[in-house]
Design a binder for this molecule. Sequence first.
Ligand SMILES: Cc1ncc(COP(=O)(O)O)c(C=O)c1O
Length: 311
Amino acid sequence: MSDPFYQLQWQRLDLALLQQPQPEVWICQLHCAVPSIAGNKWLKLKYHIQQIQQHNKSGILSFGGAFSNHLLALAAAGQHFGFSTVGVVRSHQPDLANPTLQQCRKLGMQLQFVSPALYRTKTTAMLLAELQQQYPDYLIVPEGGTSAAAVQGVAELPLAATPNGPADLLCCASASGGTIAGLIVGSNGTPVLGISVVKDASLSQKISVLLPEPASQWHWQLQPELTNRAYGKFTAETLHTCLELATQQIYTEPVYTGKALHTLLQLLARGELAPYRRIAFFHTGGLQGLAGLRYRSLIRDADYCKLSGAN
Ligand SMILES: Cc1ncc(COP(=O)(O)O)c(C=O)c1O
């Protein structure tokens, strides 16, 4: 289905550095009229927004960490489309100077802070019922925006249609599983490789539950990212890869897309993807997270500028 709200940009990755014949790798970026909703965010949100419009709800409540790409995208969508937003944030101590939360507030999002312990119970019926009682007129959307509606939106992405012809492998970073589930459903049988950037032993199961038919009917695989770092942590090598990619005008951050591409490059270097001819990688956005990494001194100012394309 055509969607006037976004445009796709394709960039071919220069793999000369890998020094052996390799499949082509194409990076697919989704640019939106509202930049904070770029990447997978618009695709995951669009049918939630349609639901609140159809049911005359006043807003959307969702969950995220203190530097959540999803919450910022939701706040931006709320401001753009004129609905209210509530962000339930996992944080001991509210730090309102954090650049992500500052932006969320500027965009009109109401923030509620919950302790990590309480947050862990966020899917329990009791907490959800409490929140629904507090915000009776809101649609409650799970963390990361992952739901059947998100899968429906991502499934519309024509990721296999690279400018050089059909891809024979689709790839993306995976955390809560909604994006890869959408790619799988929309893949028309093209195999999908998700690179997990979280240490979550139940991720495969979460993805399976999102698929409309038994998981065995589809061609997909989950590969843990290869630096073996916890979610949100990254190695100097991953950061180096992100900086290298920036020299090709492919801007990434090291928590999601950069980490996944670093693993993809390692798999290519090992020859593990040699059977494929053309790989399409979905750039899921998240560049706003760079400001949070700089804020916590996890990247230097100079790297922030390079990674965000400022110089
Ligand atoms: C930039 C970015 N990439 C990838 C993902 C992973 O997507 P999913 O949670 O749907 O697996 C996220 C999380 O939503 C994200 O913010």
